[in-house]
Design a protein around this ligand. Sequence first.
Ligand code: TUI
Length: 314
Amino acid sequence: MISTPLCALCGIRYPVFQGGMAHVSDGRLAAAVSEAGGLGIISAMNFGGSVLRDQIREARSLTSKPVGVNIMLQAPSAEASAKICAEEKVEIVTTGAGNPSAFMEMWLAAGCRVIPVVASAALAKMMERCGAAAVIAEGGESGGHIGEANTMPLVPQVVDAVKIPVVAAGGIADGRGLAAALMLGASGVQMGTRFLAAFECGIPQKYKDLVLKASDTSTIVTGRRLGHTVRSLKTPFSRRYAQVEYTDISDEELEAFGVGSLRKAAIDGDEKGGCFLAGEIAGMVKKEQSAREIVEETVREAEELLRGAAGFLS
Ligand code: TUI
């Protein structure tokens, strides 16, 4: 049985978080992951005000275990979502794409444990000073919005920089990734892409099928020019974006080209116009499974690997 300080900190059985994916992670998926012993995380990006509250309550009606909410700090609704998390006393608040310092006092006063995503050791240190309970060190292998550093170099450097637990994210989809992350000094992992193929994940079947047929070279990084760097599946939209990104197209036109593409993917399943966010490990996701199977299989595989690891020593 794998148990790390992250488990006691979050009140979970297994050190596995499900990433709060924009327009994807709702109360049903989060509750299924939490019920399986991991930490399910609702994305506040899916929902404006009252709908986020409803999703938190829906998750709580489906599980009595802790559930998290992720706030994408660049979203216009970030402040409203932050207040709802405090009012609802959400057990775990994770943040992404920025520095959540302005909200920390409010969340800590409400009893929330705050676990920001960091893309550098410097931000990890600052978050520890501000009262973060742990940090998620997310590398550029992740789907969605990414920073500059990759997981293998980022995680041990964040581990060395802080005393609080570190959750590794980016490029992790199975027990090999969990075992490797623990060896890097992490206390657990966050997986997003693997949960796209969960039965309880309500995205269009087209999105799931694109992930299931992906290979190791199926993702592409776009958006760096405008500072919205994202990793997504290679589709007509993302290939076209990559083609025009470094032409003489104006910033305004480029921005307009991308508007609405995340919703077109995750809500409409529009293969041509959608930006299907997915991590570099999409090629390792080969079947649909329940959230419970995903969590349990990942942990079981890691346990076997860690038990066998002594065999490398003479
Ligand atoms: O946030 C994510 N992934 C996301 S958010 C999202 S929604 C979106 N909408 C429109 C355009 C683009 C995306 C899709 N995927 N992951 C967490 C994450 N945070 N990755 C990297 C970071 C990060 C980067 C820099 C966190 C902090 C940071 O520090 C900046 C600072 O202010 O110091």
